[in-house]
Design a protein around this ligand. Structure first.
Ligand code: MN
Length: 303
């Protein structure tokens, strides 16, 4: 659930290094969710407007995770797991289990509703990230879509295995459909290893470590913080004494102001208010077939 935070464009600052602490919440019994974006000091990294790191955790015997029907507009949601299985259903009729190394990419466009739950036979461990990408015009008003990708490009840089799950890194490109220049990649660095990861100089980038400790351009980074790196970097130098796993996000700085409220990404409060009214009225988003767990009600709009 996104907090009530309007987002403004985040002008690029050149090659900065800013460590932004997460805001943490515990969901259910013991699933730690660290929110890296939006952050008090930074709302966007390129078009990336939301980043949650959840787990690692052992799901209890109560059935695991279960997020009831809820709507989205104006964004793509990215689910990327390091451990476990999550079942996705949406109002287009999609039904897709996702496992580590696979990508679930849901394009909300003008509107979609979905659910996420642990399948009955899911392994007990869960660890992953969920990210949102703010869509540009005209895709943000376009049709909804869902795609699953189990075969994603991997590339070796120095001592790092890099999986490009979204967008482009160097000359490697994910097959998943995106609507603006960006990258999303998992980086796994060997113990005692170092790597130089290519980055586009015109883009903003940020790194979150999900396992172990990594040094980024000589400065250590551990889970629980996002390292914002600004623009004007042709590469990132990474080192790890023990093995480490991280996610790199980046992209061209967004030109537009965006409003992120609850599960909606718009360009104005009018966009958000219209989506809020349609969800309350049972219009636009449609039911999620085959889900028997109800729906989430939106909080009241701020005055
Ligand atoms: Mn969602």
């Amino acid at each position: 659930m996104a907090p009530i935070v309007p987002s403004r464009p985040s002008p690029a600052d050149g090659p900065v290094s800013d460590t932004l602490p997460s805001r943490d919440a515990t969901v259910g019994d013991d699933l730690l969710v660290r929110r890296l974006l939006p952050n008090r000091r930074r709302r966007l990294v390129g078009p990336w407007c939301f980043l949650d790191h959840f787990g690692p955790a052992r799901l209890g015997s109560g059935g695991g995770m279960r997020v009831a029907q809820h709507p989205h507009i104006g964004l793509q949601t990215v689910t990327w797991l390091f451990e476990g299985t999550v079942r996705h259903k949406d109002s287009l009729g999609s039904l897709q289990d996702i496992r580590p190394g696979e990508l679930n990419l849901m394009t909300a466009g003008h509107g979609i509703a979905h659910t996420e739950e642990s399948p009955p036979d899911a392994p007990p461990g869960i660890h992953g990230v969920q990210l949102w990408i703010a869509l540009p015009d005209p895709a943000r008003e376009g049709p909804a879509a869902f795609a699953h990708h189990a075969d994603l490009p991997r590339v070796r840089h120095g001592d790092a295995d890099v999986t490009v799950f979204l967008g482009r890194l160097g000359d490697v490109e994910s097959p998943a459909v995106v609507h603006s220049p960006l990258v999303g990649a998992e980086i796994h660095l060997d113990a005692g290893g170092e790597a130089r990861i290519p980055t586009a100089t015109a883009w903003e980038h940020a790194v979150v470590v999900v396992d172990g400790t990594l040094s980024v351009e000589g400065e250590p980074l551990a889970p629980g913080a996002l390292r914002y790196l600004g623009t004007d970097r042709a590469s990132l130098r990474l080192e790890a004494e023990a093995g480490a796993r991280a996610v790199l996000v980046g992209g061209a700085p967004l030109e537009d102001a965006v409003v992120v409220w609850w599960n909606f990404v718009g360009r104005s409060w009018a966009d958000v208010a219209a989506a809020h009214a349609d969800w309350a009225a049972g219009e636009r988003f449609g039911p999620v077939p085959g889900f028997d767990g109800g729906r989430l009600e939106a909080p009241s709009l701020p005055g």
